[in-house]
Design a protein around this ligand. Structure first.
Ligand SMILES: *Cc1c(COP(=O)(O)O)cnc(C)c1O
Length: 399
């Protein structure tokens, strides 16, 4: 099978799906390739980004945090200010527009914490598409406000009772639905994961983050950042911001995974951080680094932030790591919670717990840098959705 765009990132990526889905992936790839050349499509996407999502999102100079840490100047790319409160809307709107273009009146999505479900339901409401969101029963209990949001937006939330009743099981159910309804349904996948063309397509829809941030750094600061930091769940906000800087060899790219209770505890989602469990494997249609046991069974993962709590990482990140073009580290729950509290009190910004992992890394790094150096942190989302977690678990971390 040949594809229009490269289907692989070095040894990673590919299309590991049932035969019945191959025509849908081929159709999707063709529609995506055509959309990139289609001036009307791009104009419509740009118009919605500006008038609905509120782009460009600003960069904010975190002056007090930079001063307190006494090293590099810290800039925040404010995806928390995008409509629905995170970067996920960029990709959801791009794919929903593609679904319309392909003549598919129904979209399905998976969701863990509910953020991608809310973004998909929002895009579907805006464009008049039917929307079904698969969500594990455990997550439905943990994330009630987002379930209500999706329902208010007109989506149907379907509870998933298989497996651990969390995100990976929701993806399995969404794939099953897609196989059965591929004629009228687009699978609106939420991160830079899954079979080709998803990792490339999701990166392209999220690349607006990096393009804006690069231009804003040049305009406001007069030069590129020395370091760019982003949290990595599936990897879409990170690849979105990294993509604009990959050719700038002097810009250091740092991804931050969920260290949970610490790597040694085994309770984490650090795919690159735990050599005892991380191996190359195939999951949800793609070949990449996966946390697994000796028999190849997917390991259970843990993080205080649901958006980073997944056993695999997008295939392009696996390649960037092998090439040493990007470097990956992790922040524990405790470090992320401290960073969350610091940003609230010092900068007046309540970050998502996912984004707080990236903030934790800049808190470690900035003091070792010079005051004339700069770090750009992608603040992937706002923390309103996490208030329940912070209120119930904050005491464990003295917050
Ligand atoms: C979903 C989510 C993430 C993790 O997903 P990526 O695909 O790795 O970006 C990070 N931050 C926020 C705010 C999210 O909602």
């Amino acid at each position: 099978m040949t594809t229009l765009l490269p289907a692989k990132f070095g040894p990673y990526g590919g299309q590991f799906v049932p035969e019945t889905l191959m025509p849908a992936l081929t159709e999707l790839e063709a529609a995506f390739v055509a959309s990139r050349e289609d001036k009307e499509f791009q104009a419509e996407f740009d118009r919605l980004m500006a008038t609905f999502v509120g782009r460009p999102t600003p960069i904010t100079h975190a002056r007090r945090l930079s001063e307190k840490l006494g090293g590099a100047q810290i800039y925040l790319k404010r995806e928390d200010l995008a409509h629905t409160g995170a970067h996920k809307i960029n990709n959801a709107l791009g794919q929903a527009l593609l679904a319309k273009k392909m003549g598919k009146p129904r979209v399905i999505a998976e969701t863990g914490a509910g953020q991608h479900g809310v973004a998909s339901a929002t895009a579907a409401a805006l464009l008049g598409l039917e929307c079904v969101v698969y969500m594990g029963c455990v997550d439905i209990e943990r994330q009630k406000p987002n379930v209500h949001r999706m329902e208010l937006l007109g989506a149907e939330v379907r509870p998933v009772t298989s497996g651990t009743k969390t995100l990976k099981d929701a993806i399995n159910e969404a794939i099953r639905d897609w196989v059965a309804n591929v004629n009228n349904t687009h699978y609106l996948l939420g991160s830079a994961l899954g079979p080709h063309p998803y990792p490339t397509m999701v990166r392209e829809f999220q690349s607006v983050i990096g393009r804006e941030a690069r231009a804003q750094m040049l305009a406001d600061v007069g030069r590129l950042p020395d370091t760019v930091i982003a949290c990595v769940g599936g990897g879409s906000n990170a690849i979105g911001v990294f993509s604009a800087f990959i050719d700038d060899e002097d810009v250091e790219l740092i991804g931050v995974e969920a260290g949970g209770s610490g790597i040694a505890s085994g309770k984490h989602a650090a795919r690159f951080g735990d050599p005892s469990k991380a191996r190359v494997g195939v999951i949800h249609g793609t070949r990449t680094m996966v946390l697994q046991d000796g028999d190849g069974q997917i390991s259970d993962t843990y993080s205080i932030s649901a958006g980073l709590d997944y056993a695999a990482v997008g295939p392009e990140h696996s390649m960037l790591r092998d090439m040493e073009r990007a470097f990956y580290t992790s922040a524990t729950d405790a470090e992320a919670m401290q960073a969350f509290s610091t940003l609230c009190k010092i900068e007046g910004i309540i970050p998502a717990l996912e984004s707080s992992h990236a903030v934790a890394e800049v808190i470690k790094r900035a003091p070792k840098m010079r005051p004339d150096q700069t770090v750009l942190v992608n603040l992937s989302g706002r923390g309103d959705k996490d208030l329940g977690t912070v209120l119930s678990e904050g005491h464990r971390f003295n917050i």
